[in-house]
Design a binder for this molecule. Sequence first.
Ligand code: SF4
Length: 351
Amino acid sequence: MATDWMQDYQGALKSSGAFREFFNEGFDENEMADRSSVIDTYSFLLPKKIAERIKLLGRDSALAKQFLPHLDEKTNSAGMYDPIGDKTHSKGGQIIHRYENRILFAPTTVCPVMCRYCFRKNELNEKDDLFNADFEKTLQYLKENPEIEEIIFTGGDPLVLSNQKIIFYLNAFSEIKTIKYIRFHTRFVTTIPSRIDQGFVSLLTEASKKFESVIVAVHTNHLEEFDSEVDAAFLKLKALPIQLMSQTVLLKGVNDSETVLIDLFKKLISLGCRPYYLHHPDEVKGGMHFYLPLEDGRKIYAKLRNKLPGWAIPQYIIDIPGGHGKVSAFNPESYRFSRELITLDGSILKL
Ligand code: SF4
């Protein structure tokens, strides 16, 4: 029998026909034709509850911009297929090994929603070879590389897997004594909050007994993503013996403002979730209409410190294009040599 979250997932809008039917009053015929034509190039997936909220909030809302297809995805040819170099660091067996002590483990290409700005949108759309399942190879790689201490479940979204499947993976990883930390990165909490069901709560509780630390990093970009169900899902996670964190992507037209970010981070704190990462957007093909210059992001970030304590401010990071890894986006020395600092009011101070 399908559980609640599976019903929510299976009931999502998936096709250009479903998009047209649901949003038929939101766009004139030409724009509807343009937008639905994007779905031939980049797939579309939107849970019904989010679609209903977009209808209420309108086409210019942060939710609409994040999740409704836009012609710019097809017509803007800038950007890279694989901006953060997943392929460069792929080790087969669903593993991306970019940093010495941790790996990304990608057991699925499926997500609860298709974010139009997704940094892996080309890989996920074409079901890139990276995601070919070979779990034995994964385990072998972990045994041969004892410096790896952390498994980061990614994808796609790992919570699309059944609880049984996640438990299977966790049991296998717990047999490898060098693995100390387990981290899940997920978009489910704000898109299909029913996914935080009793089975998932129990598996996290059990995992916290087997590993030194279990971390859930919730992907969220705007206050519009929250309602009472979402709040309740966060509070369930907060009550567990895990670390609850967030990651946010800075997106032009969605959250590129200090007030939007401050409201979001204050909301997260109120739900017991520590803002962890603010990602500068990746230069991904099909998502360049969300891109903003690094200097713009740095000026916004600088202003956060005046209104939030340090413990409530996430690290602002940038994945250096080409797979060179994440570095601080705020410190100019880490991106390119510079003697410039950004002050609290956003002005540039030359040293
Ligand atoms: S949930 Fe993550 S991986 Fe999936 S489409 Fe959104 S950004 Fe991409």
